[in-house]
Design a binder for this molecule. Structure first.
Ligand code: PLP
Length: 403
């Protein structure tokens, strides 16, 4: 007979998955996938940090390790070290015991658990997200029953921050509204406020009693320095006000598929923090009961060992320096024929034909300096859907149609 599910409408894949699928189908050896937020080697291969491999060997050889369930909130030491990583080792909020941290299934789950918690317990049900942001952001909040609205963030004319628009939109939000902020390395624009701008944003948010919800997925991958990249968050926490932080280790430790992250809620008092934590357990238990062990054990092993931690910091510096130099080389190549050699070497040296494809772009009219000004792993190139369709068809370069 007919399927009981036959009335279910078919939903097309989200843009990034459609790009990935098209990339997979393309038989060309020259193909490049720029549509996914992962750090790759110079050969275009997935990259596992040496320090992560070493931590995994230690874990495999640890006879005291077992596979029993973690507590609902995860590995206590992981939570403690994670809060210190983003808030700072000398954070007053941590010392005063007013930080509630729960290990979650990477950044996504930290956002979703935070969204569920707010939908259940917070008086305001509207969250404002940047008018251009990580494409999954609206889903976490809408799925939890919150109302999702946007605030102005990216200015296509300057390829930079629409700071005036942002301030105006913050000013007109109803008191108590939730505001999603990306801590650094804004996905997909590569545009971050300066520290002075952050402080203006903070003052406005606090004066209107808005609730900041930070998404921190790139700590260490913007400046190469873990402390510098946590400045936005620390500025908000230092004023004694309340904040939520969704923290991810997917990118900065290259643990993508291990799914490691944490939700951190900074409260005004220790008593509130403990009530919040008790409610977070009620959110988590019917969702996935308790988080997985392996990835969080890798992170804990690295964060608690002075020597491994310092190796990780060095890795972040190297990765970030390479990201920055690739931006520079790409822009040089777009402007100056003499630099073509450099860019093909740094991007994908195996594919010598790529040099030809890049050379066709030299002398490209316009100012490409925004590619250098933008930071982190992303850039909004300003290329339009027709131009992207063209480079995909002609040169097998895949990226999402918004540029
Ligand atoms: N937040 C932002 C801003 C991201 O860019 C991403 C992934 O690209 C995530 C969260 C999700 O990260 P995770 O893989 O840790 O769930």
């Amino acid at each position: 007979g007919d399927s009981l599910f036959s009335d279910i409408p078919y939903v097309p894949e989200p843009l990034v998955y459609a790009v990935m699928a098209a990339y997979k189908r393309d038989p060309s050896p020259l193909k490049l996938n720029l549509g996914i937020g992962v750090y790759r080697t110079e050969e275009g291969k997935p990259f596992v940090l040496d320090v992560v491999r070493r931590a995994e060997k230690l874990l495999v050889n640890d006879v005291s390790a077992c596979k029993e369930y973690l507590p609902i909130t995860g590995i206590p030491e992981f939570n403690e070290l994670s809060a210190k990583l983003i808030l700072g080792a000398d954070s007053h909020a941590i010392k005063e015991n007013r930080v509630s941290t729960v290990q979650c299934v990477a950044g996504c789950c930290s956002l979703r658990v935070g969204a569920e918690f707010l939908a259940k317990h917070y008086h305001q049900k509207t969250i404002y997200i940047p008018q251009q942001t990580y494409s999954n952001h609206p889903n976490f909040f809408a799925s939890a029953g919150l109302i999702v609205k946007t605030y102005r963030y990216y200015d296509p004319a300057t390829h930079g921050l629409d700071f005036q628009g942002l301030l105006e939109d913050l000013s007109s939000m109803p008191a108590g509204s939730i505001v999603l902020l990306q801590a650094c390395g804004h996905n997909p624009t590569g545009v971050d406020p300066t520290i002075q701008e952050w402080d203006e944003i903070r003052q406005l948010i606090r004066s209107k009693a808005l609730l900041p919800f930070f998404d921190s997925a790139y700590q260490g991958l913007v400046s190469g320095n873990l402390e510098a990249d946590a400045q936005s968050v620390r500025l908000f926490v230092a004023d004694g006000g309340e904040s939520l932080i969704a923290q991810s280790y997917s990118k900065n430790m290259g643990l993508y598929g291990e799914r490691v992250g944490a939700l951190i809620i900074v409260c005004k008092t220790a008593q509130v923090a403990s009530k919040v934590e008790s409610q977070l357990k009620l959110v988590i238990r019917p969702m996935y009961s308790n988080p997985p062990i392996h990835g969080a054990s890798i992170v804990t092993t690295i964060l608690k060992d002075r020597e491994m931690y310092s190796e990780w910091r060095d890795d972040l510096k190297k990765m970030t320096d390479r990201l920055i130099s690739m931006r520079q080389k790409l822009v040089d190549a777009l402007r100056d024929k003499g630099k073509i050699q450099d860019i093909s070497i740094d991007l994908y040296p195996r594919f010598s034909c790529l040099r030809i494809s890049v050379s066709n772009f030299t002398g490209t009219p316009g100012d490409w300096s925004h590619i250098i000004r933008q930071v982190g792993m992303y850039s909004l190139t300003g290329l339009n859907p027709e131009q992207i369709a063209f480079i995909t068809k002609e040169y097998h370069i895949y990226m999402s149609s918004d540029g």
